[in-house]
Design a protein around this ligand. Structure first.
Ligand code: COA
Length: 176
């Protein structure tokens, strides 16, 4: 397998890395929290659904050479969530930067810290022309992270039970 982005990256407060078997229990706890899944799934995920999600993430790393990183706190060593590059089912030809953090980790700029690294890998390592991120209007925290990356609202799109808000940027849109 050839990775198109590194298997491990460190930021000031975080380690972004490929997944380990002991991440699954911690990730299932995050996905079982209704506050975390409010804007991303109709229901909190069961352990089986959470594990199936990790299976899909690992398949992406294997087949595409990129994917969603497990995000770990450098201070505690605990899994705080994911951030990385994937493909949304609504727009499978686009590369999406996405994130999901444990409730206890919100509000400290950690999602932005992780997403900035992923944004730069998308442009500088993968050479993408465009990077998107998908949310819904009600998800103001996530929309704010998109703004801080340099993204703008691109289009809306009905999909399943949602009206998706699609944000996008090019490398030139990166704030100085
Ligand atoms: C979205 C999420 C990753 C944000 O994580 P985070 O670490 O709190 O994000 P950051 O601290 O980097 O940035 C959040 C921004 O939203 C702002 N914000 C927080 N609550 C807000 C609110 N109620 N209204 C408006 N802005 C708000 C913060 O002030 C911050 O912006 P600032 O840096 O300009 O002050 C986190 O809330 C999460 O995991 N949510 C559940 C999963 C999810 O929704 N994933 C995204 C799907 S598209």
């Amino acid at each position: 397998m050839t990775l198109r982005i590194p298997a491990r990256v460190e930021t000031q407060r975080l380690v972004l890395r490929t997944w380990q078997s002991d991440d699954r229990a911690a990730f299932a706890m995050i996905n079982a929290d209704p506050a975390v899944t409010e804007h991303v799934a109709r229901l909190p995920l069961s352990r089986e659904q959470s594990d199936a999600f990790v299976d899909r993430i690992e398949a992406s790393w294997l087949h595409r050479g990129y994917g969603l990183y497990a995000v770990e706190s450098r201070m505690s060593g605990e899994l705080v969530g994911f951030c990385g590059l994937s493909h949304h089912r609504a727009l499978p030809d686009e590369v999406e930067v996405g994130w999901r953090l444990a409730r206890a980790a919100w509000g400290r700029g950690l999602a932005t810290e992780a997403a900035l690294v992923c944004r730069d890998l998308a442009f500088d390592r993968m050479g993408l022309d465009r990077l998107i991120s998908v949310t819904i209007e009600a998800n103001v925290r996530s929309s704010r992270v998109m703004e801080k990356l340099g993204m703008s609202r691109w289009r809306t799109m009905p999909f399943e039970v949602w009206t998706l808000s699609i944000w996008a940027m090019t490398a030139a849109d990166r704030p100085a």
